[in-house]
Design a binder for this molecule. Structure first.
Ligand code: GLC
Length: 717
């Protein structure tokens, strides 16, 4: 298809229509769906609806085919609709939520998850997924931390890159592949107070060194679209922010794909106070470089008038429309408007046993053992009780789990009984008082209690922020009650955000299972019984108190750092809480025990284009084989800008057989020593750097190196 020739044939209304994205029911009209926002008030004419360029949220192949057929019957130029949807961590085979997946420290699992998601979504005729969500966040009050990959930019970038590759592979026109739309650009995860949709106010330095890294990795991996975020940045909504959409995306990153708003976010520029009305929002959007408008009607209602009044150059419209037509051509829609849609494939591929097995494999590595005083793995010679609000839950898919059907998931009771574990007492109760006298008598015969605690799926995710990140009091009381009764507790946490666990530290074991998807309790049973040795490491700091937030590992030193044991009071600390997290970034236990010895370097100095090899001996001290993620952190002691006390710069997840000892090597080159200035340009400065290696961001051993001065272009402000 010659899309430039096609563009020339379009009227201005037909061009503007290509920038409109609507929900499918507008085309079907027989599905009553509550529409958020002002679409209903504005009322769309039939002509406008059937000029739209894309559809948000199709449900299956039959619906897609029906909508496309209806649409093309009315389409003058036979330009097919492109179908987009939120396939975040699975289509019907649901995988661990991204925050859980990130604890695997195995980005290849993200590729596997995206692959299966794309294969299943493609059978429904979905062409674009609004994923990965690359929003870095340091605030567990924010409900959407569940959708992201944690607080570290390096890890975030690795996972978003693999997600894009898994969705798209090399050719989005192939069935089984979907285009990736990375989101939410930009810095949505820095919402003040952790309150969703709230103001974001971060420096350009923070933007480039932390918040933008994930989106850039997705763009570099070839993501075809990027979605703007609801928040302002520098006082301007991201959706009409020219610095972001043209300055960073087009000029700095050379992105030539599509930009799309979040739901209704172009209209929301008006309540933000950056536009008098939808007309002004449309003007600012097209000038800023915004292409597709999702679920609001500023463009469709006002862009023609703005162009006819010469307030907008039609070239801006043509550029945006050409990007839409180019995407449709790349997907192959002009050759096959029903690309991918297959009712029969839907019935065989979706939620297949093979896919479920992949989901379980991913879940095995997405669990974090936070505490274990020799209670896990469970023993077939002991008797256990399983108690708590999630003791028999099937609701393990978590937020944004599209067509995932929780009711098809197994309960932990079912999966543990298959493992010949003696569960002599199982009761799904929400508080201690729900246990009867007879229950308490029965409980005298068990050796330990498994407490299934946490929050439900609607307590995290979009628009679900919280000020209190402790477990509900009634749940904490289970741990206290059984401690007083002399019974050991093993706590399982089903949840979507880091918790303040300070009130349940009397539990003898804590296993963080997040929401692991369709095979959650199958994977959890494998871990509880030792079939699988847990290997996850947390990717967000777990606070001791919500008052510590934002708390993150790669913080600056300040001019008055608090030094443990130092009695000087005029330093940066709290009167009523420690500075450190309860559980630090990168922390996670195993049934194995690993020791780190003999850190050494090939040399202590390097010039700009040399490399240094760092070696450390790691030993599995037990009879149990297991994975260990050996982590490398670097500190730049002195630079033009203050640098973090440490930054993750590498890691290796390695299998250790029983008692196996390995020499682990990291190669240090200049790319690990640089940072970005406030324009996003890379800077390397000479001087002393600290190299740290260990099993978490605090259990580290370190050596210093020197980057020699003579060959480095100093960065001078
Ligand atoms: C929502 C979310 C976004 C999603 C979009 C379409 O409001 O913010 O993540 O992709 O709308 O459903």
């Amino acid at each position: 298809m010659d899309i430039n020739l096609l563009l020339k044939k379009l009227t201005i209304e037909e061009k503007i229509g290509q920038l409109l994205q609507l929900s499918p029911f507008h085309f079907i009209r027989d599905i009553e769906v509550e529409v958020f926002g002002h679409l209903k008030e504005l009322g769309l004419t039939e002509k406008k609806v059937f000029s739209a360029g894309s559809v948000l949220g199709i449900h299956n192949a039959a619906e897609m085919i029906s909508v496309q057929e209806k649409y093309l019957r009315k389409s003058t130029h036979q330009i097919p609709l492109v179908f987009m949807a939120d396939i975040i961590h699975g289509y019907e085979t649901i995988f661990p939520v991204p925050l859980a997946l990130s604890t695997s420290w195995n980005p290849k699992l993200a590729f596997d998850m995206a692959r299966v998601s794309a294969i299943e979504a493609s059978t429904a005729g979905i062409h674009v997924t609004f994923s990965p969500m690359a929003d870095l966040s340091r605030d567990p009050r924010w409900g959407r931390v569940v959708e992201g990959f944690g607080e570290d930019p390096y890890l975030n970038a690795l996972f978003t890159k693999e997600m894009v590759k898994g969705y798209q592979q090399d050719d989005i026109s192939q069935d089984g592949n979907v285009a990736s739309c990375v989101k939410h650009f930009a810095a949505y995860g820095a919402a003040e107070g952790g309150r969703d949709y709230n103001t974001v106010d971060v420096s350009r330095l923070s933007l480039h060194n932390y918040y933008l890294k994930g989106y850039k990795a997705a763009i570099d991996a070839g993501a075809k679209l990027i979605m703007t975020s609801f928040n302002v940045l520098d006082g301007i909504p991201a959706t009409i922010n020219k610095h972001l959409l043209r300055g960073v995306l087009r000029d700095l990153w050379k992105f030539d794909g599509l930009t799309i708003t979040d739901y209704d976010s172009l209209h929301q520029v008006v309540p933000h106070g950056n536009a008098e009305n939808d007309e002004e929002a449309a003007l600012k959007g097209i000038i800023a470089g915004l292409d597709i408008e999702m679920a609001s009607t500023c463009y469709i209602n006002y862009l023609k008038k703005l162009i006819e009044n010469h307030e907008v150059d039609i070239k801006l419209l043509d550029e945006a429309v050409l990007r839409v037509l180019k995407l449709k051509e790349e997907i192959g829609l002009f050759d096959n408007p029903y690309k991918g849609a297959s009712v029969e494939l839907e019935s065989t591929l979706v939620r297949s046993n093979d896919h479920l097995e992949i989901s379980k494999k991913v879940a095995h590595e997405s669990v974090v053992l936070l505490k274990n005083e020799n209670l896990l793995p469970l023993s077939t010679h002991k008797k256990y009780a399983l108690i708590g609000p999630y003791a028999e839950t099937r609701n393990t898919n978590g937020p944004w789990s599209w067509h995932g059907k929780n009711e098809l998931n197994h309960t932990l009771k079912e999966t543990l009984l298959e493992k010949n574990i003696s569960m002599t007492f199982v009761k799904q109760v929400v508080r201690v008082e729900d246990l009867t006298k007879e229950d308490l008598i029965e409980l005298k015969n068990v050796d330990a209690v498994i407490l299934a605690l946490g929050e439900n799926e609607r307590e995290s995710g979009e628009a679900h922020s919280k000020v209190d990140i402790k477990l509900p009091r009634n749940q904490e009381e289970f741990v206290e009650f059984f401690r007083q009764a002399g019974l050991d507790s093993i706590v399982l946490l089903y949840h979507g955000r880091p918790f303040d666990l300070s009130n349940i530290m009397d539990a003898k074991a804590i296993l963080d299972v997040y929401y692991l998807g369709s095979m959650a309790n199958d994977a959890i049973a494998d871990i509880l019984t030792g079939v699988i040795n847990p290997s996850g490491k947390i990717t967000m700091s777990y606070p001791r108190h919500v008052g510590q937030i934002p708390i993150y590992y790669n913080h600056l030193n300040t001019g008055r750092p608090k030094i443990e044991g130092d009695r000087n009071e005029y330093v940066s600390y709290y009167l009523d809480e420690l500075n450190t997290p309860l559980f630090p970034f990168g922390f996670g236990l195993s049934y194995s025990k690993f020791s780190y010895q003999n850190l050494r370097l090939s040399q202590f100095e390097m010039s700009l284009n040399e490399e240094i090899s760092l070696f450390i001996d790691v030993q599995n001290e037990t009879e149990i084989g297991g994975f260990e993620t050996v982590q490398l952190y670097i500190r730049d002691y002195v630079a033009t800008i203050s640098r973090p006390v440490k930054e993750l710069k590498g890691f290796q997840k390695i299998w250790f057989a029983p008692h196996q000892r390995r020499v682990v090597e990291f190669v240090i080159n200049k790319s690990l020593l640089s940072y970005l200035d406030d324009q996003g340009n890379e800077v390397i400065e000479p001087g002393r750097f600290q190299l740290m290696v260990g099993s978490s961001s605090i259990e580290l051993t370190s050596l210093d190196i020197i980057l020699k001065k003579e060959e480095v272009n100093d960065f001078k402000k």
